[in-house]
Write a protein that binds this ligand. Structure first.
Ligand code: DC
Length: 197
């Protein structure tokens, strides 16, 4: 069975939590596409060469979840050749047999416009910064400034900007618990798939 769930949205909106929950619920494979850009940014050197030579081990580095790695990812993600180098792998993953969940910024718009389900998971910048700050600590105002800076870069770039697909279901998690957000997302997928797993 080919069935793709595309989950897009800004940093710390809850995409990861929702993606893992949907994948586990339906037994689908999951790809966190942000990790690809984070690994390219963390490799240093020429980002286009890094993207073309990306390996599975590159995705296992322990330092890919930091704020700095997120900023580096967002900077290399504006380069069209970097995005092109990562495209085929993501498309193959999306259409693999058995179902797939991909989360990122451009999954429903560019990587998999034919996805059976598209969710756009968002929340206010303040709520997202607060969640990120609970994880990383430090100065909350700085975390908010970084969230806003990254949102702007990701949504205003020329190539595959972050935006909801025209046919995406928007889920605003600002006032939802993780459980509520996961349950709502699973319901949307059940609606399209026509069955519980
Ligand atoms: O989802 P994340 O925070 O791990 O993503 C890190 C950066 O990678 C994000 O700021 C922009 C970029 N990215 C992208 O351009 N396209 C994707 N599909 C996923 C991530």
């Amino acid at each position: 069975m080919i069935f793709t769930v595309a989950i897009d949205g800004p940093a710390a909106a809850g995409k990861g939590t929702i993606s893992r929950a949907v994948a586990a619920h339906f037994g689908f494979a999951h790809l966190d596409t942000g990790l690809l850009y984070r690994a390219v940014g963390a490799k240093g050197g020429d980002p286009v060469a890094a993207a073309r030579a990306l390996t599975a081990e590159d995705l296992e580095r322990g330092d890919l979840r930091t704020l700095e790695a997120g900023q580096a990812a967002s900077r290399v993600a504006v380069i069209p050749e970097v995005r092109a180098a990562l495209l085929a792998f993501q498309r193959r993953f999306a259409r693999r047999d058995g179902g797939a969940v991909l989360d990122g910024r451009d999954i429903g718009t560019v990587i998999c416009p034919e996805a059976e389900v598209k969710l756009y998971v968002t929340a206010s910048a303040e709520v997202r910064a607060h969640r990120r700050w609970l994880e990383v600590g430090g100065d909350e105002a700085r975390v908010l400034a970084e969230v806003i800076e990254r949102d702007l870069r990701d949504s205003e770039r020329a190539e595959a900007p972050m935006k909801p697909a025209a046919d995406a279901v928007v889920i605003d998690t600002s006032a939802l618990t993780a459980e509520e957000a996961m349950a709502r997302s699973v319901r949307v997928v059940v609606g399209k798939l026509g069955r519980q797993p």
